[in-house]
Design a protein around this ligand. Sequence first.
Ligand code: ZN
Length: 295
Amino acid sequence: MNKTYRILALALVVLFAVFGGGCSGNQPGAQAVKSSGAPLAVKVLDIGQGDAILIRTAERTVLVDTGDTPSREKLVSYIKKEGIATIDALIITHPHADHIGGAQAIFDNFPVKQVYDSGQVSTSNLYKQYLSIIERKKIPFALLEAGGQIELGGGAALKVLAPEKPFISGSDSDLNNNSIVLKICFGNFSMLLAADAEKEAETRMVKRYGETLKSSVLKAGHHGSSSSSTLGFLKAVAPEAVIISLGTNNDYHHPHPSVIKRYNQQKIAIYRTDTDGTLTVTSDGSTYTIKKEKQ
Ligand SMILES: [Zn+2]
């Protein structure tokens, strides 16, 4: 390799390191999504304790997690009410029940064109059922890891920030810490979906991406638990608003008061599905709005 090429190669590596968590190159150009009138709609669904996040552009419908089993009918009716006939991609961030519990109901009610997960396995029956349906229906299946990207159409994209290999091990919850973390990029708007990433994963992302983690909106990690939303992570993401997905009077006492205090200290507007219902974030690529189902 001659000197010029070496410098060029180095520059490319540096570029990746600098922009690895950023949104450069995603310019809006999408048509409106029918139900919201905006080209991008992200719904953090009120499905009780768990996560289920619906991402729509005029071209693609992506579901990130499926909530827990008790809310599966509610999940299916939400998606039907949206007029959605097909799910282009289902992403399971990690195989805990509050993220994978509604998967079977989704497979039973909608054609799913593609499934992505973190590659982490579980011994639970829910996980075994999930795998057997994918196999039986021959649904294309792939793993996501840091550096990956899924196009949403119209200039919007989902960047995969985590998990990173080798997986985090020896933490309080390795399944949580190796969750799939995504950043929705659409022009000037961005939204970081932190799944159930805990402090070890947050620290790793801050180290890898630094301030390129910066996002307009954050879906709080691990339902507002004290295991997540570390100060260093919040400072790097620097969101204007945070959305916490959680159930009313949940057994885990989420969100933790210390986390709420930290959001307030960082002047981050707090939205939560237990009191606000489903939260709908829409963007045209320059501005965004967050609408509460319950006023
Ligand atoms: Zn969870």
